[in-house]
Each structure stands twice: as C-alpha cells, then as structure tokens.
Design a protein around this ligand. Structure first.
Ligand code: FAD
Ligand code: MLT
Ligand code: ZN
Length: 545
C-alpha cells in the first residue's frame, strides 16, 4: 500500500501512464453475470399462485387465467416455424432461464424459444397473440428487478441467437446490430475500429444490447456519455401482433413526428420485442487514468464531486462511490480483492479519459493537490498499470456479487438529490439496527444510490421495516424509486411513488394500444390493477391495434 498511497505533501500523483486499450482492465464482468446452473433449484410444474415477499409489499400473485396454457399443438407450430433446435424444453436449460441473476425470482415456463431473425420473432408473437399465450422477452437475464424471467408459465423468447453486427460507419461512429449482441463483444468489436460503446456495466459479459435498451441501462460511464435515450438513434421492433416496425434510423437529427423509439427504450419488454438497434458510439480515447480515493465523510464526497466537475471537466469519465460497509463485504466474500488504502468511511473511484496525456495528467494533479489541501480527500492512490486499475474496478463492480454470496439481499436503486442521497442509508441503519447490514454505493456522479440491505436469509420482519418506508422516503425527497434498473416485477405496483396518477394511466393506455391482449411480460412494469383492466377492455375492442 505504502508506495501506492498519495499524500498531499509527497504528490507523486502519476507514477506511470496507463496507456492505451484500458478497456481490458475489467474482466470481472464476464464472470459475475453467469448464473450457476448447478445451484438453481429444479422447477416443478406450473404454479398458479405465488406469495411474494421479495420485492414490493407482500401480496399473493395469481396467474391470469385468461392466458392460454401451452399445448402440444403450440409446440408443434413453433417447431415448424423455427426448427427443432430453437424450441427448447430441456429441463436444465429451462431451469436456468426461469431464474433471475439474483436467484430471487422464479417462474415455471415450460418453453424457451430462440428465434434467429426478426421474421421468426414476428411469427412467434403473432401466434402467441392469437392464442393468448403470455410471453417474456429475455436478453442476458442479468436484470435486477425480476423483469426477465417468467412469473408463471409465460413463453420465454430469448434473443441470444440474434447476435449479428449489421454495420458500422467509422466516420460517424454509428453501429447497427441485432438485439442479442452481448455488450462486451460489441465493445471489443468497436475497440478494433478505435471506438467504444457509450455504456458500460458490471454485467457486460452477459447482458445484451436489446436488454440494455429495454431497461435504459445507466452504468459506469453515464456521467460522461449520458443516457441510451440520447445515444440510441434507431430501433427495429416487433409488436405483439407480429407487425415489424422499422425505426432503425441512423440520423443524429430527425424531427419527423413522434419519436416512437423512445417508448421502447426503458419499456422492459412490455410493448414488444426489440430486434435491432442503431447506436451512436464515441471515439475510444487513449489517455485513461483511474484513482481510488478515500473521504472521511459523505459531505467530502459531495465536495469532491463538485471539485471533479470543476477541475476535470471534459475528461471526467466515471465518478463512483462506496461506503466502508460495501468495502468490508467485498473483502469478506470475493477472493483476491484487497483494499489499496487504509480503512476509511467512504471510497471514490474517479476515472478520466482524454486524448492528451500531459494535459490530462496536469488536470488530475491540480485536482488532487487542491482536494488534499482543502481536506476533502483523506488518502488516495493512482492505478499504475492495467492490472492495478482492474483491481480497483473489481472492488466497485464486485459489490453486487459479494451481496449475492452474503445471503439474502433487498436491492434498491434510487435517484436522489445528491445532498440527501446518503441520508437514507443512515436512516435505514438506525431503523434496522443489528438485524441487517445496510450498504450504500453507486453512481454518485449521476445522483444514483444503490441502497442494499443484506441479511443471512429473507426475513418478513426486516422486509416490513424496509418497505414501504424506502419508497415513501424517496418520494418525499423528490427522488425516483428506479434510477436505472427499472420496475420489473419488483416495483410494478410502486410506480406511483415516482409518477403521477395521470402519467401512470397514460402509460397504461399506451400499453393497451400496443398490446391489447396484455401478452407482453404480464404482471410487471405497470400496476397489476391497471393491466388487468386493459385486458378486459381489449376483449371488447379486439386484438388489433
Ligand atoms: P434481461 O435481464 O434479459 O432483461 C431485462 C428486461 O428487458 C426484461 O424486462 C426483459 O423482458 C426485457 N428485454 C430484454 N431483451 C429485450 C428485447 N430484445 N426486447 C424487449 N424487451 C427485452 N444496470 C444498470 O442500469 N447499470 C448498472 O451499472 C448495472 N450493473 C449491473 C451489474 C451486475 C453484476 C448485474 C448482474 C446487473 C447489472 N445491471 C445494471 C442490471 C442489468 O445488467 C441491466 O438491466 C441490463 O441492461 C439488462 O440486460 P439483459 O440483456 O441482461 O436483459
Ligand atoms: C451497480 O452499479 O453495481 C449495479 O447497478 C448493480 C447493483 O446495483 O448492485
Ligand atoms: Zn448501477
């Protein structure tokens, strides 16, 4: 530690440049998001009701019996249009696809379909719609809100076999690809051309671009490259009735009519299936530096953020934070991870990405000196090479995996005004006392807190102390109950904490327009009371848009 740690007085800020291709720092992503098949319990039969205590307030969830049950004729039809290999009934494969990454949400689907192109998706949806068969679209199955797995016996439509890159324009940086392309593979493809994906997250080795767009995923570089809502230029989607809608534009500017693709970005598979994506990618810059810093208190983290914005400006590419509880958990549960600094209350990861090595270093030096002099920073270390940078990122990105290993986890993903962002962690700690570990980490540069509560096993008493308190508190402080993970099954009934009744009803009307039979990802995303209402309305108006 000693020679890595930076003190204001010594100021050997940058022992060495990290050089090019820094993207290969982080390999954790590939391994973290793989579900251990062996540990997935075998699913038995189709359940017709489930008692759920895991996400929103305790409720009994019933299968909507207006959906048909799968028949042998259905299977035969799918085999005819897709071929035997793409129609999967194998128990082991299904048991993996029925369970989410956290092993918290489990469905009992008997069928997984793997279309290879848009036409096959269209045939599947058209048939399911006419048969009233419920469908769950599945990408990499790394979602954290129970959106990507069936609740009961929905047919799983996986985009995994739709993974071709369609084109790349190396002047504009516009990439067009199929929805099943894995994020990390797209990034590697772009690296060869001198570009990068504008999105990066811990699950990048498994998550797919279609899933990313469907969740409007945020991630680690949001502070620099912004939302997918800005970077996605076009989409091709298949509606529940099988209609293929080509909105696969590759233009930066296009003001002709409603921007319909925006409805699909962040719609979590509730309106149709995204089959192709066109996305603007930034240049991959060569000068990348990473600092792992310590702050004594949350106020200093806030001051550091302001300082980073002021002093680092256009080169700032990540501003992440974690508290000491998160650090302790990672050190306890992940092999080979160590804290590069002496114990501290808070840690901040700052990454800069620019094109001028000496200019970037100068900026960082001045930032460090100033922060140290003002007492905002208590300690810090710069990554001296790629391995060290990778080890720093492993601490931050490994928290989700460490939480999984520690037992049960109650996961909240809140947007809050920066000033109040950590108060909820402190209040939750007081509320839960010794009964749980409360962790705070996340994308501080974006005002996004990941509040996680860890207990050895799921416990009703703990759960009742957490919800609805966490949502009420967030609403009272004008935050959002989902910054980036989405609503899924977990928060479908809680949307009103962040959106007005009028807005939610308008959303339900849009859902009813696109999906009158309600086959797309049922029980999720919008309050179940509104979804069933639209199902009844649909039977009056017929299935077509
Ligand atoms: P899935 O999990 O398969 O699906 C997610 C939702 O999208 C589901 O509702 C599904 O029905 C729907 N869907 C999937 N594909 C399609 C499609 N083609 N058309 C229509 N609907 C579709 N999220 C962040 O935002 N930021 C992070 O930093 C972040 N870090 C993570 C780190 C780890 C270790 C893990 C496990 C998850 C993380 N996530 C993060 C959550 C998750 O990775 C993202 O939500 C990701 O975008 C999901 O992609 P996926 O392909 O796995 O989608
Ligand atoms: C992260 O930022 O690490 C992810 O969103 C996953 C999580 O919230 O645990
Ligand atoms: Zn996150």
């Amino acid at each position: 530690m000693e020679e890595e740690t930076l003190y204001a007085t010594s100021n050997p800020l940058y022992g060495g440049s990290l050089g090019k291709n820094i993207n290969c720092w982080r390999s954790l992503s590939t391994c973290t998001a793989k579900l251990q098949e062996s540990s997935v319990a075998k699913l038995q039969g189709i359940q017709s009701s489930q008692r759920r205590l895991l996400g929103s307030s305790a409720y009994e969830l019933h299968r909507n019996d207006s959906f048909s049950k799968l028949s042998l004729e259905d299977i035969d039809y799918f085999k005819k249009i897709l071929g035997e290999k793409s129609v999967i009934q194998d128990e082991d494969v299904l048991s993996t696809a029925n369970v989410d990454w956290m092993r918290k949400y489990k469905g009992s689907s008997q069928l997984l379909l793997k279309p290879r192109n848009t036409n096959e998706v269209s045939k599947i949806l058209k048939y399911c719609n006419s048969r009233y068969l419920a469908v769950v679209p599945q990408g990499g199955n790394t979602g954290l809100v129970g959106g990507s797995v069936p609740v009961f016996d929905e047919v799983i439509v996986s985009t995994s076999s739709m993974n071709n890159i369609i084109g790349f324009d190396n002047v504009s940086g516009i990439l067009v690809c199929e929805a099943g392309c894995i994020l990390e593979k797209l990034d590697s493809f772009l690296a060869e051309k001198g570009f990068m994906m504008p999105l990066d997250l811990g699950a990048k080795g498994s998550c797919q671009i279609g899933g990313n767009v469907s969740t409007n995923a945020g991630g680690l570089r949001f502070v620099r490259y912004g939302s997918l809502r800005g970077n996605v230029l076009g989409l091709e989607v298949v509606l529940p009735n099988g209609t293929i809608v080509d909105m696969l534009g590759t233009l930066r500017k296009d003001n002709t009519g409603y921007d319909l693709k925006q409805l699909f970005i962040g719609s979590e598979g509730s309106l149709g299936i995204i089959t192709k994506v066109s996305i603007l990618t930034p240049l991959r810059l060569s000068s990348i530096n990473l600092a792992f810093l310590a702050c004594n208190d949350y106020l200093s983290c806030q001051k550091l953020l302001l300082e980073a914005k002021t002093k680092l400006g256009e080169v700032l590419s990540a501003f992440e934070f974690l508290d000491c509880e998160s650090m302790e958990l990672v050190l306890s549960y992940l092999d080979g991870v160590r804290n590069p600094l002496p114990p501290s209350n808070f840690y901040v990861l700052i990454e800069t990405t620019g094109s001028n090595e000496s200019h970037d270093k100068e900026k960082l030096e001045s930032f460090f000196l100033h922060s140290m002099e003002r007492g905002i920073l208590s300690d810090g270390v710069m990554a001296q090479d790629m391995n060290q940078a990778s080890s720093f990122w492993q601490i931050r990105e490994g928290i989700a995996e460490a939480l999984m290993k520690a037992g049960a986890v109650y996961k909240y993903d809140l947007s809050l005004p920066i000033e109040n962002l950590y108060k909820i962690v402190e209040e939750m700690r007081k509320r839960l006392g010794e009964s749980a570990k409360v962790l705070g980490y996340g994308h501080l540069g974006d005002g996004n807190l990941h509040l996680n509560i860890s207990t050895p096993v799921y416990d009703d008493t703990v759960f009742e102390l957490i919800e609805p308190f966490v949502y009420e508190w967030t609403s009272k402080h004008r935050g959002s109950i989902s910054a980036e993970h989405g609503l899924g099954l977990m928060k479908a009934n809680e949307i009103h904490y962040s959106k007005s009744s009028e807005a939610v009803h308008l959303m339900a009307s849009i859902k009813g327009l696109f999906d009158p039979n309600g086959i797309m990802n049922p029980y999720k995303f919008l309050p179940r009371s509104l979804l069933s209402q639209h199902k009844e309305d649909a039977s009056l108006h017929g299935p077509e848009i």
